[in-house]
Design a protein around this ligand. Sequence first.
Ligand SMILES: [Zn+2]
Length: 466
Amino acid sequence: MADDTPHLYDTLTRAKQPLEPSADGTVRMYVCGPTVYGPIHVGNARPFVLFSLLKRYLTRTGMRVVLASNLTDVNDKIYAAARAEGVPSAELAERYCAQYIADTDRLGLGRPDIEPKVTDAIPEIVALIAELVGKDLAYAAGGDVYFRVRRFPRYGALSGRNPDDMLDTDPGPAKEDPLDFALWKGLKEGEDTFWDSPWGPGRPGWHIECSAMAHSALGDDFEIHGGGIDLVFPHHENEIAQSEGAHDVRMARMWVHNEMLELGGKMSKSDGNIVLLRDALDAWPADVLIMFFVRSHYRSKLPYNDAALEESARAADRIRNGVRTLDRAMAAPGDTLQPAVAEQIAAARARFFAALADDFNTPGALAAVFEAVTAANAAADGDRRPPAGQLQSIRTELAEMLDVLGLGSLAAAGDALPDDVSALVQARAAARAQRDFAESDRLRDAIAERGFDVRDTPEGQQVSPR
Ligand SMILES: [Zn+2]
């Protein structure tokens, strides 16, 4: 059905475009990841969740998807954070890389297929800079290397900017033109992570890293380049100039950007807003956080506050309760086949996939899930219940839709906690009563390893499957 061809809004052409896989049926996505100088902000989880779910959905439509997302582990902010702590910058970056993996793992969405680090890609980055210098698109000056923006005529196409209007660009003492941006930054006092290069010791600029890592991971002309909308200029504009300048091939067929998360409104933490992903996941189960993200379209600004999370928790509960109603009905099924219910579920499923095909409209898809839950519960609660086979197939349809949205835990079977998890939860209550928060954190991790999230509420711990 033409309706079900996935379309996504492309920032470059400013229109929804059909997503066409490469000749072998593969969709290759490169998504800019975080700079690891501290634990990640809950806002950084938005692109992680979006592109993980987009991969799930596209895979469900039959495409093979390769998702690559980088980690920037050398940078000014990393030097500064390491200096403030008095540790080597490589050590600090390594610690926060591990923290990023651990935090995003708690979302339960799996990992990108390829997660390159800048410090592992230096030879490729140096080679790409050398190519640009060889083509006269870049020049060395005072230990740095700069890209000659005016030599790349399409510069500004992605962000809709005219180079002549970019008056606030950093002049930089060694640059030929204030518009030019750094590809290689010569070693400065106090920088303890650096490499030799044909232009002297130093380290890469931020933009060239992604051009080189995207090329190594996915090749040229891959299907989707993604990231936060704040990266359109200058980061993605510069990536296009570098990659297309060097290879004379379009870098990506489609540019997909998520809007920003906005902090505001009432928060439960006395010390201010909950801004770290790990704090958000301490306060809320992963499925509530994912529900929070999928309730909004990825191109809408998303306010993050307690009220929005509480609403998301209620939405998750409504679905979980709906599935349990079905499970109870299956324990005492009837014998009245209900074709009308089957039609309602099929219609909801069609609307679910049509919504996702239309620029990954997750709120529309979620509305279809609620329609299916309502139809299923009307049948399960009625006097003339469907037979077990029909109830089971409705449950399977629901679980499949929830899984595409990363909410498969809402259709997990059963109420009771396994014995070992329940013992850990009790031990954690005792640790918290003694204000032994290190032990409490250790037990939370142990519970998480067994597949459950713990949320601390005024009523005590609430435990739910991840
Ligand atoms: Zn990037």
